[in-house]
Unconditional design. Structure first.
Length: 264
């Protein structure tokens, strides 16, 4: 009899606690805006943070609250923006899309090194040596160990011939690669751009020629021949104003160092 009573009591307690939990679930339930769930469903689901919010859930909640634009889901692109716009009852104003670009042309065999690095294959770790530049003589060049590759969720970053390169057909412009680069040499450029300067060195031309075959030397030739006045040299480095650039390709054709490249 003792065992039977114990079972009955435990069963009654279990039933009681179940009822109490059900009541508490209804009393303390947090109502979810159906718009949030709908927006979350059409987001890319990458949780990349490119929208400026902590993942897709945070972005969906911000849009539903009217605190974020409907076209901020970078991986989702125009399709996601249009779908979110329909949910919110507004139009998705199309904006410029961007892709990542590595400002370095120092491929294997065309740059000099200070020593043979045998340490951990990490760009961040390698910068701890050689005065912050690692084994490279160029303090601004790509180290080629792939911290950016590991950070990319879209298989858009690869190490090719010793330096990082972007697959623009896969890049969504989330710029996680830029956050991972200790040299700060990955930048974003408009996806419609063609000519970009693949160099980040601000050393004088005479110095650059000693350690890199492709580094910008600030020769001003591109500045003088640009038909749209879109190029200037700052700190011995050519800089292209993409808003002025007409994508004629003339600068990349005449660059004696071949460091102005067609992004496509």
């Amino acid at each position: 009899m003792t065992i039977i009573w114990a079972i009955v009591i435990l069963g009654a307690l279990g039933l009681l606690f179940g009822i109490l939990l059900a009541i508490a679930g209804k009393v303390f339930a947090v109502e979810v805006d159906p718009k949030v769930e709908a927006i979350r469903a059409v987001c890319a689901g990458a949780n990349c943070g490119a929208c400026g919010y902590p993942g897709c859930d945070g972005y969906a909640a911000a849009v539903a609250a009217g605190e974020a634009p409907v076209n901020a889901c970078v991986p989702g692109g125009a399709a996601a923006a249009e779908a979110i716009g329909e949910i919110m009852g507004t139009s998705a104003v199309g904006g410029e899309t961007y892709v990542a670009f590595v400002r370095c042309s120092g491929i294997c065999g065309h740059t000099k090194e200070k020593f043979d690095y045998q340490g951990l294959e990490s760009c961040l770790a390698a910068t701890r040596l050689g005065g912050g530049s690692g084994a490279n003589v160029c303090t601004a060049g790509c180290m080629g160990f792939g911290d950016c590759v590991a950070a990319c969720s879209f298989d858009a970053m690869h190490i090719v011939d010793g330096i990082a390169q972007v697959d623009w057909d896969k890049c969504v412009g989330c710029m996680k690669c830029a956050e991972a680069c200790p040299k700060n040499l990955i930048t974003k450029v408009p996806s419609t751009a063609t000519d970009v300067v693949a160099c980040n060195s601000t050393d004088k031309g005479a110095v650059v020629t000693k350690y890199c075959d492709y580094g910008c030397i600030g020769c001003m030739k591109c500045v003088k021949e640009c038909p749209s006045d879109a190029i200037k040299v700052e700190n011995f480095l050519a800089v292209i104003d993409q808003e002025k650039c007409v994508n004629c390709g003339h600068c990349s054709d005449i660059c004696p160092r071949h460091c102005i490249k067609d992004i496509r």
